[in-house]
Design a binder for this molecule. Structure first.
Ligand code: FAD
Ligand code: MLT
Ligand code: ZN
Length: 476
């Protein structure tokens, strides 16, 4: 499957033998070394784009165990893949060949929640939704939310610098993550933890591990700043006739909702059609070319509700919005969020999906959807766009019955060239993983890629950490 679609040659790594497995069993308890049939799920990614053939999955519980594993793998030149919740969308979380999977799922302890400072320290394998539930007990919230929250790990989020639905409010993880602990390829433990928002002591090395997708080290712990949980959450779901009105409605929302605005999402007609049909959800609105979600998070419900309602009325008076609803009832808000968050899952249920996650200037944000639709014609079942418009991040999807080389060659590198011409980013939030190393140059200069490679060589000279991912192959 994988090699057919994306030709790549196995690196010169050791092949696991019985002695290696015995060594792993001596580092971990025997039942935390998984072999055989049970490894299957760890070999395939969420969208079914990469299937590895690893026969060993390791489940450490402590940083020291991770360190022992990597020290041994480095000495033997055994390639490894760190795996969090395996919800990544760029094929980065699974083996390409027989790399050993290091699953972080048992490193799920929350060490400390400081309700005064909002600083939370935990191991990297805590599931995002579980972390959110725990910090809520102290009236805090995690500054990150995404559709994969029920499975993804906070360590996976850090390693991908995940964006999600509330980035417009809380910023990205380079700001919220105050410190990390990571294990380098040679087993060395790097303690880069910090309990403070303000800590300008030398180079900010933690940033190397935020968004490097397991290519420079394994994140074992982190400290994250969690803001106070909002006391009042309100949602507006609106129908819009054209993209210019989407832009003008966004502008109006920023002006009128300013400090309480916590999410601005856009969904096109076909995307909403997918989630409502496949997940059997009843939309509160009739059909429009575009929909938008505006969420407010504040401390006074009456005040926020009034502001959001006024905003909707004004947007309708100005004919920017054709129809809309405002709600703070949890069941209704859940339905609206489901229509948005379950689009990815719905597309996947309908066939094979080529997924693109790009940043584009807002003035050209949606154009690529009709352009691509025209380009692939009847070959695709659906070409649709949705995403975090408030952060200029479009999710562009091309759905077909099954993987199809003809569509593939029409879509790539076209999408990346198009993005690059507009000075956009070929990966807004999902990362580079296995799918995009050869397209990195569309968003990064040669000098920047060279420096990334030098850092990789410094930190992982044997290239055992997540090979075939993130960096383009060297023309050796
Ligand atoms: P994995 O998928 O297991 O791994 C992702 C990458 O990180 C891999 O390269 C892996 O090797 C590395 N990695 C994982 N854990 C560690 C660790 N402890 N140390 C070092 N490297 C590690 N992404 C967004 O940014 N925004 C969204 O809104 C969003 N929505 C999504 C919705 C759905 C329904 C799905 C399925 C995915 C979505 N994603 C989104 C993508 C994905 O959920 C994120 O990239 C997430 O951060 C991955 O976390 P994970 O624990 O599943 O990591
Ligand atoms: C989302 O925002 O829903 C995700 O990033 C997943 C996707 O791209 O479909
Ligand atoms: Zn997204």
């Amino acid at each position: 499957l994988t090699k057919d679609r994306y030709p790549v040659k196995r690196g010169n790594y050791a092949i696991i033998n019985d002695q290696d497995v015995a060594k792993f069993e001596s580092i971990l308890e025997k039942h935390r070394v998984i072999t055989g049939e049970e490894t299957q799920g760890y070999n395939i990614d969420w969208i079914g784009s990469v299937r590895g053939s690893s026969n060993v999955v390791l489940k450490p519980k402590t940083t020291e165990e991770v360190s022992e594993i990597l020290k041994y793998c480095n000495s033997r030149k055994i390639a490894v893949v760190p795996q969090g919740g395996n919800t990544g969308l760029v094929g980065g979380s699974v083996p390409v060949f027989d790399e050993v999977v290091i699953s972080m799922s048992l490193m799920n302890q929350i060490e400390r929640i400081d309700e005064y400072s909002g600083i939370v320290r935990c191991q990297s394998g805590v599931v995002l939704e579980a972390l959110e539930a725990n910090v809520r007990e102290k009236n805090l919230c995690v500054p990150l939310d995404l559709g994969a929250k029920g499975s993804c790990h906070i360590g996976g989020n850090v390693s991908t610098n995940a964006g999600g639905l509330r980035l417009i409010r809380y910023g990205n993880l380079h700001g919220s993550v105050l410190g990390v602990e990571a294990v380098l390829a040679n087993g060395q433990i790097m303690n880069l933890m910090s309990n403070f928002k303000k800590d300008n002591t030398g180079f900010h090395l933690k940033h190397l591990f935020i968004g490097s997708e397991g290519s420079l080290g394994i994140v074992t712990k982190l400290a994250i700043h969690c803001p106070t949980a909002p006391q009042a959450v309100n949602l507006a779901f609106v129908g819009v006739e054209n993209y210019q009105n989407v832009l003008d409605t966004f502008l109006l929302a920023k002006k009128e909702l300013g400090e309480i605005l916590s999410s601005v999402e856009m969904i096109d007609e076909l995307s909403l059609g997918c989630s409502t049909t496949m997940c059997n959800i009843q939309s509160p609105l009739q059909t429009y070319p575009f929909y938008m979600i505006f969420e407010t998070s504040g401390s006074n419900n009456a005040h926020d509700e009034e502001k959001l309602t006024n905003f909707l009325n004004n947007a309708m008076e100005k004919s920017l919005v054709a129809d809309g609803v405002v709600t703070n009832e949890s069941a209704k808000m859940k339905t609206i969020w489901e229509m948005r968050e379950r689009i990815a899952e719905s597309l996947l249920k309908m066939g094979y999906c080529f997924k693109y996650d790009i940043s584009l200037p807002l003035s050209h944000f949606y154009e690529i959807v009709p352009v691509l639709r025209e380009r692939v014609g009847d070959l695709a079942k659906i070409v649709c766009g949705y995403g975090h418009v408030g952060d200029s991040n479009l999710h562009l999807n091309v759905l077909c019955d099954s993987f199809n080389k003809e569509i593939y060659s029409l879509v790539e590198p076209f999408v990346f060239e198009y993005t690059s011409k507009l000075n956009g980013s070929v990966s807004a939030e999902h990362g580079i993983g296995f799918h995009k190393p050869k397209y990195l140059h569309f968003s990064k200069s040669k000098e920047a890629i060279d420096m990334m490679r030098q850092l990789k060589t410094l930190m992982d000279p044997n290239e055992i950490l997540n090979p075939y991912k993130v960096l383009p192959p060297l023309n050796k």
